[in-house]
Each structure stands twice: as structure tokens, then as C-alpha cells.
Write a protein that binds this ligand. Structure first.
Ligand code: COA
Length: 246
């Protein structure tokens, strides 16, 4: 990919680490960042790896770029500029983790909601202040947030401007863990290390089936049928039975 201007991207063998990097605008998501995140997605679709997403300088992302939003009209809304990107991220073949330090507001929160797992620093704040700007949180908050924290809390956030601090987010299950800011990335990498030790095909199919809109248990049985025939399954089970523990 061409050198991104709004992201810092570190490509490793089993994972890609992406840092949203527009600190002068609190990492607000603008058109260039959207384009560059699509490029990251294309790379991960071609060569599936885990994704660790974080933000620069003590902020995850303060939302979509309000200067750009102000100029958008009906036709741009119908293009689903943010929602299509976040859907693409949600559908990436292997798990994604958001490491949230500081504000994750508006589209920034929706980007974190689109990831499979979230870790937070004690200073993390999640919120969807869109109605205060006269618009709707249209890129996932009305459906993903409801699935993540339930309809009642989602409506408190969406309709009454409730913000979740790290403790709230942990208690509600939105984040897996609260980690001191200076250890956040290290802990996120440990989480990815743990996931990375799993069978890759098993992870892919588990994610695909867990996010499938319906059809359980048929989808589960079909995915399991593929995994039961895999060499990886035999190798891993043989190792377990031979007394090797990971
Ligand atoms: N879009 C565009 N620019 C943004 C932005 C956004 N979503 N969020 C912050 N910025 C810019 C500010 O305009 C400011 O620019 P300036 O230095 O040229 O004036 C700069 O980032 C720093 O923001 P500031 O508000 O001074 O930082 P802060 O640390 O005091 O507050 C926030 C941080 C996140 C609480 C505050 O910036 C904020 O409320 N942002 C908007 C959040 C929002 O409504 N998001 C939903 C968008 S849909």
C-alpha cells in the first residue's frame, strides 16, 4: 500500500497494527483515513492476519471529521461512507482488537464497536453525541451497540448522551479488560498472541459462524465439517493426546 498519511501501519507475520494518526484533530476520521483503512482491509482480505487498531496520542478517535460531515448531503449519506468501511472491518476474516485509550466518540466509537474485542485504558470514554450535532449515529451504533450492551444502555447513549467510562464499559461487557495506558498495547499484543496460537481456519470459521445472521446450527455443522477434515485439527489433537500442552 502507498505510504498512508492518516495511519501508522506496522505489518507483522501474523498481525497488522494500525494506529489512527491525526492527533491534531484527535484522530477524527476523514475521507483520507477512510480510504487508507479500506486499503488496510484489502490487504487483510488478501492475506488474512489479526488486526490491532489503536489511536495516537491518548485518543482513539473523536468521531467522523465534523468539517467534512457538515458538507455532506443526502447522496453522501446514502453512500454509507463510514458504515461500509466499518462493515468491511467487522467482516475481516480474522479477529480484530481495538485498544482504546481516551475518547472513542461518534464514528470513533462505532469503529471500536465494529471490532471483535476491545481493551480500554482507565481514561477511555465511549459515547455517541451525534444527535447533538443534528445527525444520527448511522455507522453501527444503532445496531452493534445494542448487541454489545443491550437496548436500554444503547438508548441511554444514543438518545440521552450517556458516555461510558472505562469502568462502565467493563461492567457492561463492552471492553474485555481495563489496562493502564502504558501497558495497553502490550496487553493487546498478548491477547493477539493467545488468538494466534489457535488454528487459523478454526478462528476464521468461528468468527464467520458467530457473526452469521442466522441458520444455526446448520452453519455451525457445516463449518465443523470442514474443520473435522483439516490436517490442523488432527495435528493439534494428536499433540494434546501426546501430552503436549500449549
Ligand atoms: N472532527 C473534526 N475535528 C475535530 C473533531 C472531529 N470529530 N474532534 C476534535 N477535532 C479537532 C478540534 O476542532 C480541534 O481543532 P483545532 O485545534 O484546530 O481547534 C482539535 O481537534 C482538538 O480538539 P479539542 O476539542 O480542542 O480537544 P479536547 O482534548 O479539548 O477535546 C474532544 C477532545 C474529543 C472531547 C472534543 O474534541 C470533541 O468533543 N470532539 C467532537 C466529538 C464529537 O462530537 N464526535 C462526533 C462526531 S460525529
Amino acid at each position: 500500500m502507498a505510504q498512508p498519511t492518516t495511519l501508522r501501519v506496522e505489518e507483522l507475520d501474523d498481525r497488522v497494527v494500525v494506529t489512527l494518526h491525526r492527533p491534531e484533530a484527535r484522530n477524527a476520521i476523514n475521507a483520507a483515513m477512510i480510504r487508507e483503512l479500506h486499503e488496510v482491509c484489502a490487504g487483510l482480505e488478501d492475506n488474512p492476519r489479526l488486526l490491532l487498531l489503536t489511536g495516537a496520542e491518548g485518543t482513539f478517535a473523536a468521531g467522523a471529521d465534523i468539517a467534512e460531515l457538515r458538507e455532506r448531503g443526502r447522496d453522501q449519506a446514502l453512500q454509507g461512507i463510514n458504515s461500509r468501511l466499518f462493515d468491511r472491518i467487522a467482516r475481516l476474516p480474522l479477529p480484530t482488537v481495538a485498544a482504546v485509550d481516551g475518547y472513542a466518540l461518534g464514528g470513533g466509537a462505532e469503529l471500536a464497536y465494529a471490532c471483535d474485542l476491545r481493551l480500554a485504558s482507565p481514561g477511555a470514554v465511549f459515547g455517541n453525541p451525534e444527535p447533538g450535532l443534528g445527525i444520527l449515529a448511522a455507522a453501527g451504533a444503532t445496531w452493534r451497540l445494542r448487541e454489545l450492551v443491550g437496548a436500554s444502555v444503547a438508548k441511554q447513549i444514543l438518545l440521552a448522551g450517556r458516555r461510558l467510562d472505562a469502568d462502565d464499559a467493563y461492567r457492561l461487557g463492552l471492553v474485555a479488560e481495563i489496562v493502564p495506558g502504558d501497558e495497553l498495547l502490550k496487553r493487546a499484543h498478548s491477547l493477539l498472541d493467545r488468538m494466534s496460537r489457535n488454528g487459523t481456519l478454526a478462528l476464521k470459521l468461528t468468527k464467520l459462524v458467530a457473526d452469521a445472521p442466522g441458520g444455526h446450527p446448520v452453519t455451525d455443522d457445516l463449518a465443523q465439517a470442514i474443520l473435522f477434515e483439516s490436517e490442523d485439527k488432527r495435528t493439534r489433537m494428536d499433540a494434546f493426546l501426546a501430552g503436549e500442552r500449549r
